[in-house]
Design a protein around this ligand. Structure first.
Ligand code: ATP
Length: 430
């Protein structure tokens, strides 16, 4: 039996993952089948609170392999590889409704709860991670299935909840989330920054841990939500060890989730046209020298069938220098979300496929009569020899030494998207 929730929190209170832990705590007579799932959906959805994450657990009588994956309210949490039997759907549904009501921020959110006995077609996830879809379309995927839906306000969370059930992991990662004691919610967090800095070296299968440029852990949220930290990685065994390694304030509960974070699942590679509110990998030729605009953002214009403006924003810090180093004629592949207004591709990652030979002026022209170096007459008016008055426009050009190489570039850890695949996870030999 799948139980999925979304859109229960606000930017200032709670977190839908915490509700997932409460569902597990309350449904303690049932086993977890597989890992709880933290499924990120289209990051370009305008009405998302933070990272457009939906949560799905599967419960029933478990059998097969048993894995230790967390601790909630002093109880060890295990999940099972296989389902032996399904629980009563109405019993599960009514118990979950009470929790959704209890933990939802109903004046700011549009909570949705979906309980479904059957699998949901994976094409729903495919749409929800790439495009904007309606609630009606999401609900149409549940037709004919043994399911129950509960919603509050507009109930838009039903979209994410249904989509999280339909996720059939191709590429996947894990995240261990550690939660704070209730009395600490909203107060400054205490997590040993040096321990976090060492995670990449000690547990190489983890990623997005520490931002060297900002000298700051990236695993600790800034909001007042119940999460203390979250470590992401490819191996749940390493996440178990990493959690034990990190010294911090008291961890009230923790849980390992299976996730599509860090997979690039949101990127559309094959497209007919570039529609806003989706994310793409766009190959194109740099059309002009990148410019830095007010606020320190860098705008790159590429020719990709249409002239497309791509932006590296100020928070991406040193990554902007990579963009600034590009020159007309360079061939690049830009990954990012296409905004509606202004129509700009927000750069999440970039491949420099080939470099052009770009010429720059190295000296004023030499006088062809007397050999003297000419002087500029004025902006756009050419050059003149001071001795004999000869005029010329033939400045000396030479190939600009390039400060960028062919290869892949990504923003620093703190300005990465949840879904963006870090270069650390990319197998370039393939
Ligand atoms: P948090 O990260 O704190 O859990 P959030 O960023 O997930 O919050 P929500 O408050 O859950 O934000 O809002 C996202 C809303 O967008 C939900 O109602 C979800 O159902 C809906 N949604 C998700 N994907 C899509 C999509 N592809 N098209 C339309 N709506 C979507």
């Amino acid at each position: 039996m799948y139980v999925a929730v979304d859109d229960t929190d606000s930017s200032t209170w709670m977190c839908t993952t915490f509700l997932a832990t409460e569902l597990i705590r309350t449904l303690d007579d049932l086993d977890l089948i597989g890992f709880p799932r933290l499924v990120r959906l289209n990051p370009a959805v305008p009405w998302k609170t933070r990272g457009n994450g939906a949560l799905c657990i599967r419960v029933g009588k478990g059998c097969g392999d048993r894995q230790y994956i967390g601790s909630i309210a002093g109880r060890k949490i295990f999940c099972y590889s296989d389902l032996e039997s399904e629980p009563d759907i109405d019993d599960v549904f009514s118990r979950c409704i009470d929790l959704v009501k209890e933990w939802s921020q109903t004046d700011h959110a549009d909570p949705g709860l979906v309980v479904c006995r059957d699998d949901v077609d994976a094409s729903l996830y495919d749409k929800a991670v790439h495009r904007i879809i309606s609630k009606e379309e999401a609900l149409s995927y549940l037709e004919g299935k043994d399911h129950r839906v509960f919603q509050i306000n507009k109930g838009r969370g039903v979209i994410g909840a249904s989509a999280s059930i339909s996720w059939k992991p191709g590429d996947y990662t894990y995240e261990v989330l550690a939660y704070r004691e209730r009395s600490k919610w909203g107060t400054p967090r205490h997590v040993n920054a040096e321990d976090v800095r060492q995670l990449d070296e000690l547990f190489p299968s983890t990623f997005n841990n520490y931002d060297e440029g900002l000298s700051k852990p990236a695993i600790v949220p800034n909001t007042s939500c119940p999460i203390l930290y979250g470590v992401r990685g490819d191996s749940f065994e390493d996440l178990l060890k990493a959690r034990e390694f990190i010294r911090s304030e008291e961890v009230e509960r923790w849980l390992i989730y299976l996730s599509n974070q860090g997979t690039d699942d949101h990127i559309i590679e094959d497209y007919h046209s570039l529609e806003p509110n989706s994310s793409y990998a766009v190959e194109g030729t740099v059309a002009s020298i990148p410019v830095t605009v007010a606020g320190g953002h860098v705008i790159l214009t590429i020719d990709a069938g249409e002239k497309l403006e791509c932006a590296a924003y100020e928070p991406s810090k040193g990554f902007r220098n990579v963009i600034r180093a590009l020159r007309p004629g360079d061939l690049v592949k830009v990954f990012g979300e296409l905004r509606e207004e202004p129509r700009t591709l927000n750069i999440e990652k970039l491949q420099v496929v080939s470099l052009s030979s770009f010429k720059i002026k190295v000296a004023n022209p030499k006088c062809s009569v007397c050999g003297r170096i000419m002087k500029s007459v004025g902006a756009g008016q050419g050059y003149r020899c001071r001795d004999c008055g000869t005029k010329s426009n033939d400045v000396l050009m030479a190939e600009e030494p390039r400060t960028i190489s062919i290869g892949w570039y990504e923003p620093p850890v703190c300005s990465r998207r949840h879904l963006s695949k870090p270069l650390k996870r990319c197998n370039f030999e393939d």
